[in-house]
Design a protein around this ligand. Structure first.
Ligand SMILES: *[C@@H]1O[C@H](CO)[C@@H](O)[C@H](O)[C@H]1NC(C)=O
Ligand SMILES: *[C@@H]1O[C@H](CO)[C@@H](O)[C@H](O)[C@H]1NC(C)=O
Ligand SMILES: *[C@@H]1O[C@H](CO)[C@@H](O)[C@H](O)[C@H]1NC(C)=O
Ligand SMILES: *[C@@H]1O[C@H](CO)[C@@H](O)[C@H](O)[C@H]1NC(C)=O
Length: 544
């Protein structure tokens, strides 16, 4: 091709990109046109597969949508123990080849909670109706073609029914299950010796006349205690002795949890590079509905645009307030491998609940947590798909964000405003743009398992800029994403001790594993090498 012709083509390409709004950073792609279900709960597994899970009370007698996969004997309509319909409510999705495999769930998982156990098994608890006390497990298999499926435990159930609870894995590998509709208590899985429920009066202190204390934001602090946030109140909770150790100041600006939820993350846990000690944790809470929007069922009340940020481990911490570019309810906050945060999905007005919101937030925003206040937010490229109530967002091992779900109706409805969404999309932050490719490190070697407090080696290759100096080595958990909060989400930055050239373009770095189980509870993590803001594709490691 003649150079002049080539330049002309480039010019035309740039003009078309411009007219598509490509001047905002980031790109969107559709991964699956029809996943069969709208995912209300989403988890990425250490086999690079994804579990999509909806509720099961979407009665098939309603005109719902085309039959997906018939897994249950359709003649067995009368047996209440087996779902009398032929619809899948959970799907196993393979990122490598886009295969979808329907999974079996019989009891109702509506608005439930979950966590990934140290061996990679997904633990899912509660729901509604016949599922409110159910405990279920899913042990992922390597591909969607092998047979793995949900197991609904028969010999054990929750002590209390839990609908809209939050789960968090604990340093010893047990899972705490906190709250739920009209539940002022916590319990553990496996259950505490002697069984039972422990009362947690904080949830009653936080409630108001439209609830606003459901799906509390729970973060495991590096000191081993829990930061729990509900409505506008928050505490440090010592779950071993069942005592509240500290009350934080109330966060101004209105309620922040279901049915008025914004979202929350704990910012990347960062060690002191000299001592390797993780002493500080910062919590961020962004957006939410205005008080009354839910109660009045008013879909046009503008959402809150404020964020509160607090150093939870400080002696006398106060909330530092910041403003997002637009108000947002039902946003999902995703920790990127870099330590920045993407706030994605949701709406600009109304509240959570069926038909309760309007004005979708199509543009995600980037929160650059290390920038000075006032220059942390950046608006990103918009999607064309509204992701309203019951949508999810999860970090993928390749650095993209998986976006699924959206169903703000009592049943599947494809012929209404904000139709039930079966499309699965991926958003690529700018670190994945073509001109960053040269900066992208590749992990050549990483142990499969690492031990607390021990050093381990990671071998990294790349173009010359990549292998000069020191990269960051950051570990990301795989959370259980639902209702604008990713339960168990955490990013841990590691100390990188030394470097040695293996050969031209390949370097071995010695890293220090997290010191203990409070910094990183046992389980599988995605390890990313990040150089000048550009992450590698992650490799999974199990910390034990
Ligand atoms: C984990 O810790 C909790 C709280 O301290 C305790 O009640 C529970 O029994 C422990 N679980 C295991 C399996 O040791
Ligand atoms: C916190 O919420 C309660 C209602 O639940 C309200 O009375 C109180 O004023 C709020 N606090 C702040 C600082 O906004
Ligand atoms: C709903 O909220 C909007 C915006 O705050 C307000 O203008 C309107 O009067 C409200 N509608 C009702 C019926 O209260
Ligand atoms: C879907 O929504 C439309 C518009 O609100 C409504 O007329 C229709 O009855 C709904 N269909 C189902 C199956 O709920």
């Amino acid at each position: 091709m003649k150079p002049s012709r080539f330049l002309l083509l480039i010019l035309i390409w740039m003009m078309t990109m411009k007219s598509r709004g490509a001047d905002l950073p980031g790109t969107w792609e559709v991964l699956v046109e029809n996943a069969g279900i709208a995912s209300m709960h989403t988890v990425v597994t250490h086999f690079n597969t994804v579990v999509l899970l909806d509720r099961t009370d979407l009665s098939p007698t309603e005109e719902r949508y085309q039959k997906y996969h018939c897994q249950i004997d359709p003649k067995n309509k009368q047996d209440p123990q087996t779902r009398p319909d032929c619809y899948a409510y959970s799907v196993y999705y393979d990122l490598a080849n886009q295969n979808l495999q329907p999974l079996t769930i019989n009891t109702d998982t509506w608005c439930s909670s979950g966590q990934v156990l140290p061996d990679g098994t997904i633990l899912q608890t509660g729901g509604d109706n016949d599922g409110i006390k159910k405990i279920r497990k899913f042990s992922p298999c390597e591909t969607t073609s092998s047979s793995c499926d949900w197991e609904e435990l028969k010999d054990i159930e929750l002590a209390e029914g839990r609908w809209y609870a939050t789960n968090q894995i604990l340093p010893n590998g047990s899972v705490i299950i906190i709250g739920g509709k009209a539940e002022v208590s916590v319990e553990l899985f496996p259950p505490r010796h002697g069984g039972g429920v422990v009362s947690f009066p904080f949830l009653a202190e936080a409630v108001n006349d439209q609830m606003d204390n459901l799906y509390p934001y729970v973060h495991l602090l590096p000191n081993g205690h829990l930061f729990v946030f509900a409505n506008n109140k928050s505490v440090i909770y010592d779950y071993t002795n069942n005592i509240v150790l500290k009350h934080y100041p109330e966060l101004e600006g209105g309620p922040r949890n279901y049915p008025s939820a914004g979202s929350s993350v704990m910012l990347a846990l960062t060690p002191d590079m000299e001592s390797g000690v993780y002493s500080s944790a910062t919590i961020l809470v962004c957006g939410g509905a205005q008080y009354g929007a839910y109660k009045d069922m008013n879909t046009s009340v503008p959402a809150q645009s404020s964020c509160g940020r607090i150093v939870a481990t400080a002696k006398n911490p106060v909330w530092e307030m910041e403003e997002m570019p637009v108000g947002r309810i039902m946003g999902d906050m995703v920790m990127l491998p870099t330590g920045d945060v993407v706030i994605i999905n949701g709406a600009q007005a109304g509240s959570q609940g069926f038909e309760q919101a309007s004005k979708p937030c199509l543009s995600p925003v980037l929160y650059q947590s290390d920038e000075p206040m006032g220059s942390r937010f950046m608006t990103l490229a918009p999607s064309s798909v509204p992701r309203m109530y019951h949508s999810t967002a999860n970090l993928l091992p390749d650095g993209r964000i998986l976006v699924a779900g959206s169903n703000s109706h009592a049943y599947y409805n494809f012929s209404t405003k904000f139709p039930t969404e079966l499309k699965v999309e991926a958003f690529s932050p700018t670190y994945l743009s073509p001109w960053n490719k040269i900066m992208r490190p590749t992990i050549e070697e990483l142990p499969e398992k690492i031990n607390y407090g021990e050093t381990f080696d990671i071998v990294v290759s790349g173009e010359l800029p990549v292998v000069f100096g020191y990269p960051e080595v950051n570990m990301a958990s795989a959370p259980f994403a639902t209702h604008s909060f990713s339960q168990g989400q955490r990013l841990v930055k590691l100390v990188v001790l030394s470097r040695a050239i293996v050969r031209l373009g390949t370097v071995r770095f010695e890293c220090l594993a997290p010191p203990d189980r409070s910094v990183a509870p046992p389980g599988y993590y995605m390890v990313f090498v990040v150089k000048d803001g550009v992450p590698s594709v992650a490799k999974w490691v199990q910390i034990i």
